[in-house]
Design a protein around this ligand. Sequence first.
Ligand SMILES: O=C(O)CCC(=O)C(=O)O
Ligand SMILES: [Fe+2]
Length: 296
Amino acid sequence: MHGGDAGTKPAAPAFSALIDLDRYPLDDHQSPARAQAVADAKAALVADGCAVIAGLIRPSAVQQLDAEIIERKHTTHYSTQRINPYFHVEPNPAYPSDHAVNTFLERSSGFIPGDSWRAGCATDVVFRSPVLASFIAECLGIAELHCYADPLAGLTANILDPGQQFTWHFDTNDFAVTVLVAEADSGGLFEYVPGIRSADDEGFDAIKAVLDGSREGVRTLELRPGDLQIFRGRYSLHRVSRVGHESVPRHAAIFAYTAEDGVIGRVERTRQLFGRVLAEHEAAEVDRVRADALLD
Ligand SMILES: O=C(O)CCC(=O)C(=O)O
Ligand SMILES: [Fe+2]
């Protein structure tokens, strides 16, 4: 032991103690079980933009992940807003008042931000595992994946306390990776409508119907704590339904990855999700303007 603080910092848990490598030998590229898991996830992503790797996190590790969430739950940034499916909060006069664009529903969840986690905690070890990232990349048909370099939005947990909901929306990123850590005992279900819009069709009428309560095309995911979900949310409207008022809270760890290295989020969106921005966000914004605006 060298450092004076040896013993004060808990050692990082091994990846193999957290991920069920017996069922999913992600570290063995020759393994037929790994190849099968990739093939299944790929097929599910092609079919409806959503793949679930059931029981990827070992049950004992799920307990650890939940303890880590509970430990830093006081750092959750809760925000209650009425949003349209595109995360806008202001009406758009270019559309009729009863249009999907002008339909605002309650989002009342919160996020534990990236800078709340201790480096080397179990949640961080799973998120930063290159073995997991390369498996997910393969499922998505992407050459490689990097942990999102954003200091707040890289590793987060989505918190839905009793009575809260994350209403219908589209994601702005191409895909999301989520691990359900604690499930609600009523409500708190992940629901989605695969392919309700496409690159050349906004699908406004179908979206409006779902916002108004239609169940046409709506699928409810059977998710259990410890399952890992890969979801393409650009074209699939989705929500987490309201957690029952008498229920335990719902906790999900969210792992953000990017195809490029060193990506960081925009100031406005960061403020909306986390209620604050860091110096890195401000600096990146200045660089973006410089890159585009040729004035100096
Ligand atoms: O908590 C989840 O399962 C996902 C929530 C979601 O859709 C999002 O964060 O964009
Ligand atoms: Fe989403």
